[in-house]
Design a protein around this ligand. Structure first.
Ligand code: CA
Length: 234
């Protein structure tokens, strides 16, 4: 019974909260709920949930503020829920340390898929030794960090230094949506912040080298207006 994951649902809109709670109950999850940011922080610290579902528009504080506070003491996976009009808030939330997002209105299937993906990522993080593995594999893709080499189907890839850094950053955050700002800051430093056009060019050349079909990317997913995510390929 207690093996069921505990989800903290932070949502002030009763119908949405009700939909989420009902879905969780029907699918082998336990949950606790909070209707504002202050209650969310209290529940997060007292219940130690496995995953947090966080609405960004809360009555007492901004959802991003909740994330910043939680990230001060916890790596708890956070999936933010935002309305379409809150696109810039969604990006700020990801930059503050949220792991994924759902855009309202969302279906029950989408909600469950996000939860499963987050659980898989969590399980993977827990199974990996604290000392980061020196080889990353994902489907036919392999990165040998020590040697600085990448392979696709055993064939060595010839990546430029920027492409290699980009690929490593995505691989180290596999399953997580990385925003344009996060990526450009990590790759080029703050002076390049928001140079999304350049990022797009490097991403395109990287994809040509690693994606069997660059029209239907398998490894790197585009989140329009938000950023990119490396998917786990079986
Ligand atoms: Ca709300």
């Amino acid at each position: 019974m207690n093996n069921k994951p505990l989800i903290l649902v932070v949502e002030d809109d009763p119908p949405v909260l009700n939909l989420i709670s009902t879905t969780l109950k029907a699918h082998e999850y336990r949950h606790v709920s909070a209707r504002n940011g202050a209650a969310a922080l209290l529940e997060a610290s007292s219940h130690n949930p496995d995953i947090m579902l966080l609405d960004l528009g809360l009555p007492d504080m901004d959802g991003t503020e909740v994330i910043e506070k939680i990230r001060g003491w916890s790596n708890l996976p956070i999936i933010v829920i935002s309305a379409r009009a809150e696109d810039s808030d969604k990006i700020a939330a990801l930059d503050a340390g949220a792991d994924d997002y759902l855009t309202k209105p969302f279906s029950v299937e989408e909600l469950l898929a996000r939860l499963r993906a987050t659980q898989r990522r969590l399980a993977l993080m827990q199974s990996e030794s604290p000392q980061q593995s020196s080889v990353f594999t994902n489907g036919a893709l392999k990165i040998d960090y020590a040697a600085g080499c990448t392979y696709l189907d055993g064939e060595e890839l010839h990546l430029t230094p920027i492409e290699y850094k980009l690929l490593c950053l995505l691989a180290q955050n596999v399953g997580k949506v990385l925003t344009h700002t996060f990526i450009t800051q990590k790759i080029w430093g703050s002076s390049w912040e928001n140079d999304i056009a350049s990022l797009r060019v490097f991403m395109a050349t990287l994809r040509k080298k690693i994606e069997p079909d660059s029209e239907a990317p398998q490894y790197i997913q585009t989140h329009i207006g938000v950023g990119y995510r490396m998917l786990r390929v079986d």
